[in-house]
Structure formats: structure tokens, C-alpha cells
Design a protein around this ligand. Structure first.
Ligand code: 26Q
Length: 791
């Protein structure tokens, strides 16, 4: 534990040496930096000891193109158990810790669920003392910043490093050299400490930054060819310059492929060189000490790079290299759609790294050999092939080589086994596993909702639940206790007041904390069906106009979502929601009953304010499309019922907390399976006047997209393109279910009990549970602390 005096001295010292200022003249960002460095300094010994200890035993690596970390300071102080001390020290210096936390830029190095999952996983692994190292890319620009202008989404770059970044250490002496056929670059590791909750172990997230071998070409510069002189440097820096802002596979961008190879190659070289340093050149022991998890197919080229290094540089035979790889890699799938699986044009691969393509052919040959031996005919083999139709199918590579293949929720894994990857499942039934996602209770409850955390701790008598979330079950005995339920709802109200004031500050919009907060926050996608929610709200608008006394609680509908900049239809939906917001506001009667807010630039730090201040969690994806969802778990953990389809982890949420405490509606996977060939949205449009009214609003001038064609496109998506996501088919069911919500909400006690039941049963969605399952069932790693080891 750090003493207060030490913290104070540290801040003053770092203000002096890093910023050249005295405390009284320091800006908030300088105080942020100085405080962060003070804490970092204090943990370095533990960090190095942890690394040394992990180096000696079996370790797992989490390879991920994305780590959506959000802010570090608050979480680190809390996990170290010094949050209150630091708060007091700053108070004595007349500084508000909260303000210092708020100036930290989010590390937005991810798109959404997959990236945030990686962040939760490394935190859980640290908390559990699990020897797990994260490997990723240090993008100089994270996911774009979103603005809303006149209802339209606009984007600009996310320069999160602009004030420097306090929480990582550049490891100049552990640079790796990465070779493409047309360029050679440096991969510079930046190590981020991953601080677990109340443990001395400090884990590592190693992010690679791409740099040129040389700063500039001196001769060109002397010739006054200034642009040419730095062009190689720029080309190198381009590789880790920006995170691609799409969260589904988008066809062949060469720079994206360079990025994938860049961090895959750097990570493989790093792992192999550490192995050699610790255990020598005998690779027969490699898989005993190392296991790597591929977070989707984005790092899958690691498999080929690994084999290449072993064969070409370490003189291991190809057969041996392949069998080591088969023990070394595991693969997690996060997508259901077959067409979203990553494929790379082999001409691109050949152009950038021809040797990798040769290796891929060799691996493919081994696969075919095995299939032929097992009696598969050539037609069947075609579907398994790694290289076919001039593309490399990354999932096939990952499944063939992987020691395990896992989905991220029960339904998702079932769909993989029965449908999408059925051919593979029949070939390797034992490879397939389920690992239902989880979230870290530290960030998603203890940090973002200290009020609810205190309530829990007071009832349970201690804070053990933070590390053992199943202990929340112990709250169940209070499920009928009026006092407890009242306190829970008091806290919820307090968090809604805080959220309302944040929204006022960020959006300039006033919302009523006494209204019902109905929230949908996630990436914008057609399959997630923000459009269904929006059409419902528009219908509600018409119904209130018809009947100003419509019996509903005053409701605030909140949306937060970034649309991929090139995804026109998603951007149309953003505009549509904002136009509905405007329409509602412009009506004196309706605006007394409902309000629509689209918060801009939804991100981790915003999420930490939204989940605690929610009354209803909207999870309304087309059944079978959402692999898991993790936002749904964050609502649940903050005592908020789910309003959702029977999809992804919603199913497990409802199983854990009871159908009666949530709102499940809509077509299920098997219903959709039955109607998919005969589905006719025009029938719904003709037969249901409410549907007709809201769909027509898209084209009859009620709502205006400024003539850009967005709304007509949405209209066509629903009626002319056969409503791929069954929006109209689920409309009436949605409406009935929301009516049920409004009715139930009237009974305050019963509502509180639903909230409470969700909290009590959220334990299984801790990412600690998920990580333990990966550790036991795939990685075969065990917790280890450095005091146990001889160092
Ligand atoms: C691939 C190739 C080229 C360009 C981009 C991509 C790409 C990038 C990001 C493809 C997919 C992603 C991200 C996917 C994602 O976030 N999936 C979500 O993963 C969560 C964690 O498992 C699940 O809870 C969500 O259901 C799933 O949608």
C-alpha cells in the first residue's frame, strides 16, 4: 500500500521532471500524468517479478487485433486498493480526482464487443494470477471519434496519444524486425501493466508499434528531396497508424493484411526468442510451455508465421513444426455469418509474403491428405480447403490447426456445430467447446457503480464478491425485504441523476431522471436492429398524438452507437433516430411523455455512466445473429432487466435470472428457419396499419433526411429487399412486450424485485469464470504468484 506522503511526493517530482512545473501551475493532464507515473513507479518491481515468474513456467498468450481498454487510472487505483488514499491526497492539494480521471483519453483500440472482451479477459487473468500475456497493436489512432451534426454522423480521428500516454513502457531492447517482400520495419513493444484486483501480480499487455528502421534518408534529404526522404518512415508508420473501423470482415484491404502480419510476426518472434532464452533450442518442449489463443481469425496468420520461423530459421522439420503448432494454438469464433468469415486474396498474400503462401499450401496439403485418408470425396474436401477460389480462408486454417475451437455463448456454439461449421464438427467433434463470454466486475460494477457496490458490501458483510461474483447469490435472502429493495431503487435513481447531468454536460440535452430510462447502446448494425426500436418509438409518438392520455410512464429512450463510416444504411439509421428525436421534441404534447436522445461518441468511458443509470436493457438482435453480446451482461450486473430476443447470451441471462424478471419477445431461431423462404414483409405492411404508418413516414415527408436518400434506402431495405432482419415480423411482438414493461413498471416493488433478481444472478457472467474455463479446458494453465517462486 502506498503511503499518502509518497503519493504526494511522487506527483510533485514527476510534475517537475516531466513537465517542468510546480503543482500550483500544473494543468489537469499534467497532474494525470504525474499521478500515473507515481503509481507506475510503485508497481514496477512487482511487475518485473511477475514477468520473471511467468517466464519460467507454462504461459498463455491472448493474440488480438483489438484491446478496447478505455481509461486506466481509476481502474488501476481501485485494483491496487489506493483509490481512497489518492482521492484524499488530491483533496488536500485542492484537486478533484474525478476531474483528473475524466481528462484521460479512452484507449479505444477496438471496435466493440470483441475488443472489450479482450480487455476484460486480461484484467480477469491478472486478478486470478494467471500467467497470460496479451499481444496486440498500438494504433496511434483508435476507433474514430463520432460527432452528430444536424442528425448525421460525422467522424474524425482519435488522437488518444496527443498528451503522451503514461501507462506504458517502451521496450527499446525487445524490438523485433518484421519483413515484407517490399519493406522491412521495426516492431517496438510498448508494455502496459495489467493490474489485477488486490493481487501483487502485475500482468502484461504488449502492444506493438510499427516504425521505420531509419528515421529518414540522409542522402535524399541532402538532395532537398524532403518528401522522399521521409516516405519510407511514413510507410512504416502507416502500418500501426489506425484501427480499421469496421466490425465485420470487409474485403481485402492490403494495409489491414499488413497490420495482421505485423503483430502476428512480432508476437511469434517474441514468444519464440523468449522460449529459446529460457529453454534452449529443443522445440519438442515448446508446446509444454506455451499456448496461444486467436481472438477471431485476425491473428491467424500467426500460425503460418510460426511454422515459417520454426522451419526456415530453427531448422525444425515441417511435420514437427505443424504438430507443435497444433498444440500451440486455440481459436475463438465471434461471428455466426459464414459470409463474414475472413478471406484473403492469395495474390495479396503472395505479393507481401510469398513464403507464407508456400507454407499455407503445405498445411492445406496435409489437411487434404488427412481427409482423403478418412475417405472424404473431392467435393467434400473442397469445403474444408484452406486455399480455394484464390482466397485463403482464415477460419479453416484456424480450425484445422487449432487444438480447440470455441464459440462465445451456448446458442452460438450450437449454431457453429450444427450449421456454420458442421462439416468441421463432424470431422473433429472433440475440438469444439463453448466458452460463454463474461465481463469484469471490477470495471463494470465496482468502479462504475460505487454506490451499488457499497450496498452489496453492506448486505454481504465484505467485499469478497468483487473477486467471487457468484457470492451475489447471497443477496437472495433479501428479495422480499422492502427496505433493501427501496435502497436499491434509491441507488438506481441516484445513478440516473448522475447520468442525466453527464448527458446535459456532453450533449446539452436535458432529460428527466424521474422518467424511465430505456437504453440501447452497441455498435450500429442492421442485425442489432436499432431500426426496430426506432420504428417502435415512432409508433408510440403517433399513439400519444392520437391519445395524449395514453397510459405509459414518462420514458427517455437513449441510444449510443457508432456506425462504420462506409456503412450507408447504418448511417441512415443514425439520422432516422435523430429525426425522431427532433419530431418528438417539436411536439408539445408528446414531448411531455417521451424523449429520445442519441448520445454522441459512445465509448467505454461513456458506457460506464450509462449501464448504472438504466431501467431497461435493449438487446433485440435478429435471433441467431448476435454471437453473445456482453453489454447485456453489464446491464444485468447493474440490476437492469433485459428486454430482448432469444439470442446469444440473452438466453443464458434469462436462464440465470428467470423469464419472469426479463422481457423476451420475438421470433426464435427455429421460427425464422421455418418462415425464411416464405417471409413477406409487404404482408405485414399491408395488414398492420401501425407498421404502414411508421414505414410510410420514411418516404412521405414526415421525416426528412435532407434529400440524401438515406430514408428511401431504409424503406427499400424493409419492403423491397425483403427485410433481411425480420424487423417487421417482430414489430407487433416488440410492441406488446414493451407494453408489458410499462404495465409492470407501475408496481414499484415488483419492478425492484426484477432488478434485484438480475443483480443476484449475474455471478456467472464474470469474466473470471470465463477465464477459469479457458485456463482449465483449453490452455491448461494454473495461477502462480511470484512469492511462491524462487527468484
Ligand atoms: C475483419 C476483417 C477485416 C476488417 C475487420 C474485421 C473485423 C473486425 C472486428 C471483424 C469483426 C470484428 C469484431 C467483431 C465483434 O466485436 N464481435 C462481437 O464479439 C463479441 C465478443 O465475443 C460478442 O459478444 C458479439 O456478439 C459479437 O458481435
Amino acid at each position: 500500500m502506498m503511503e499518502k506522503q509518497k503519493i504526494k511526493e511522487g506527483i510533485e517530482r514527476y510534475l517537475k521532471v516531466k513537465h517542468g512545473v510546480k503543482l500550483k501551475d500544473a494543468h489537469d493532464y499534467q497532474i494525470f500524468n504525474a499521478l500515473s507515473l507515481t503509481v507506475l513507479e510503485d508497481i514496477i518491481d512487482n511487475w518485473n517479478n511477475t514477468t520473471e515468474t511467468y517466464n519460467k513456467g507454462r504461459r498463455a498468450y491472448y493474440l488480438s487485433a483489438e484491446f478496447l481498454m478505455g481509461r486506466a487510472l481509476g481502474n488501476n487505483l481501485m485494483n491496487l486498493g489506493i483509490y481512497d488514499e489518492v482521492k484524499e491526497v488530491l483533496q488536500e492539494l485542492n484537486i478533484d480526482l474525478n476531474k483528473i480521471e475524466e481528462i484521460e483519453e479512452d484507449a479505444g483500440l477496438g471496435n466493440g464487443g470483441l475488443g472489450r472482451l479482450a480487455a476484460c479477459f486480461v484484467e480477469s487473468a491478472a486478478t486470478l494470477n494467471m500467467p497470460l500475456v496479451g499481444y496486440g497493436i498500438r494504433y496511434s489512432n483508435g476507433l474514430f471519434k463520432q460527432n452528430i451534426e444536424n442528425g448525421f454522423q460525422t467522424e474524425c480521428e482519435d488522437t488518444w496519444l496527443k498528451y503522451g500516454e503514461a501507462w506504458s513502457i517502451r521496450k527499446e531492447d525487445e524490438i523485433q524486425i518484421i519483413e515484407y517482400s517490399d519493406m522491412t520495419v521495426k516492431a517496438v513493444p510498448y508494455d502496459v501493466p495489467i493490474i489485477g484486483y488486490k493481487t501483487k501480480n502485475i500482468n502484461t499487455l504488449r502492444l506493438w508499434q510499427c516504425e521505420a528502421l531509419r528515421e529518414f534518408d540522409f542522402n535524399l534529404f541532402n538532395n532537398q528531396q524532403y518528401i522522399e526522404a521521409v516516405s519510407a518512415r511514413n510507410k512504416a508508420e502507416d502500418i500501426s497508424r489506425v484501427l480499421y473501423p469496421n466490425d465485420t470482415a470487409e474485403a481485402g484491404k492490403i494495409l489491414r493484411l499488413r497490420q495482421q502480419y505485423f503483430f502476428s510476426s512480432a508476437s511469434m518472434k517474441d514468444i519464440i526468442s523468449k522460449y529459446k532464452a529460457n529453454f534452449g533450442n529443443d522445440f519438442s518442449q515448446f508446446a509444454k510451455y506455451n499456448v496461444a489463443q486467436l481472438n477471431d481469425t485476425h491473428p491467424t496468420i500467426s500460425i503460418l508465421e510460426f511454422i515459417r520461423i520454426l522451419v526456415d530459421e530453427e531448422k525444425v522439420s515441417f511435420d514437427n513444426a505443424l504438430s507443435i503448432a497444433k498444440e500451440f494454438f486455440g481459436y475463438t469464433n465471434h461471428t455466426i455469418l459464414a459470409e463474414a468469415l475472413e478471406k484473403w486474396d492469395i495474390r495479396l498474400i503472395e505479393r507481401l509474403f510469398p513464403r507464407i503462401l508456400q507454407i499455407a499450401y503445405q498445411v492445406d496439403y496435409e489437411l487434404m491428405k488427412e481427409l482423403r485418408q478418412k475417405g472424404y470425396d473431392e467435393g467434400a474436401i473442397w469445403n474444408f480447403k484452406i486455399i480455394a477460389n484464390n482466397v485463403m480462408r482464415m477460419a479453416n486454417l484456424a480450425i484445422f490447426v487449432g487444438r480447440a475451437v470455441n464459440g462465445v455463448a451456448e446458442l452460438h456454439t450450437e449454431i457453429l456445430k450444427k450449421i456454420e461449421l458442421n462439416n468441421w464438427y463432424k470431422l473433429y467433434p472433440n475440438k469444439f467447446q463453448n466458452k460463454t463470454n463474461g465481463i469484469t466486475p471490477r470495471r463494470w460494477l465496482r468502479l462504475c457503480n460505487s454506490e451499488l457496490s457499497k450496498f452489496i458490501t453492506d448486505l454481504l458483510g465484505n467485499e469478497d464478491w468483487v473477486k467471487n461474483l457468484e457470492l451475489l447469490k447471497g443477496l437472495k435472502k433479501y428479495k422480499d425485504d422492502d427496505e433493501v429493495l427501496k435502497n436499491l431503487m434509491k441507488i438506481k435513481h441516484e445513478k440516473k441523476v448522475q447520468l442525466a447531468s453527464y448527458i446535459k454536460q456532453e450533449e446539452g440535452i436535458e432529460i428527466d431522471p424521474d422518467s424511465f430510462f430505456d437504453i440501447q447502446i452497441k455498435r450500429l448494425h442492421e442485425y442489432k436492429r436499432q431500426l426496430l426500436n426506432a420504428l417502435y418509438i415512432l409508433d408510440l409518438y403517433y399513439r400519444i398524438k392520437e391519445n395524449p392520455n395514453l397510459d405509459i410512464p414518462k420514458t427517455t429512450f437513449i441510444f449510443g452507437a457508432k456506425a462504420f463510416p462506409g456503412y450507408k444504411r447504418a448511417k441512415g439509421i443514425v439520422k432516422f433516430i435523430n429525426e425522431i428525436a427532433r419530431l418528438v421534441d417539436s411536439d408539445e404534447v408528446v414531448s411531455k411523455k417521451i424523449k429520445v436522445v442519441f448520445v454522441h461518441n459512445y465509448r467505454v468511458s461513456y458506457a460506464q455512466k450509462l449501464f448504472p443509470g438504466s431501467d431497461l436493457s435493449k438487446q433485440i438482435s435478429t435471433a441467431g445473429k448476435e454471437a453473445s453480446g456482453t453489454g447485456n451482461m453489464k446491464f444485468m450486473l447493474n440490476a437492469t432487466p433485459t428486454f430482448g430476443t432469444y439470442d446469444g447470451a440473452n438466453i443464458e441471462i434469462v436462464k440465470a435470472s428467470g423469464e419472469e424478471n426479463n422481457y423476451i419477445f420475438g421470433l426464435r431461431v427455429e421460427d425464422i428457419e421455418k418462415i425464411k423462404h416464405s417471409y413477406n414483409p409487404k404482408w405485414y405492411y399491408r395488414e398492420n396499419p401501425s407498421i404502414k404508418r411508421v414505414v410510410d413516414a420514411l418516404i412521405n415527408g414526415t421525416l426528412n433526411d435532407g434529400g440524401c436518400g438515406y430514408f428511401e434506402d431504409l424503406y427499400n431495405a424493409l419492403l423491397e429487399e425483403r427485410d433481411q432482419y425480420y424487423v417487421l415480423a417482430d414489430f407487433e411482438l416488440f410492441k406488446k412486450e414493451e407494453e408489458k414493461v410499462f404495465k409492470d413498471y407501475k408496481d414499484k416493488k415488483k419492478w425492484a424485485q426484477k432488478c434485484f433478481a438480475n443483480l443476484c444472478n449475474a455471478g456467472i457472467f464474470s469474466s473470471d469464470r470465463t477465464i477459469k474455463q479457458y485456463a482449465d479446458e483449453i490452455w491448461d494453465i494454473k495461477p502462480i504468484t511470484f512469492k511462491d517462486a524462487s527468484i
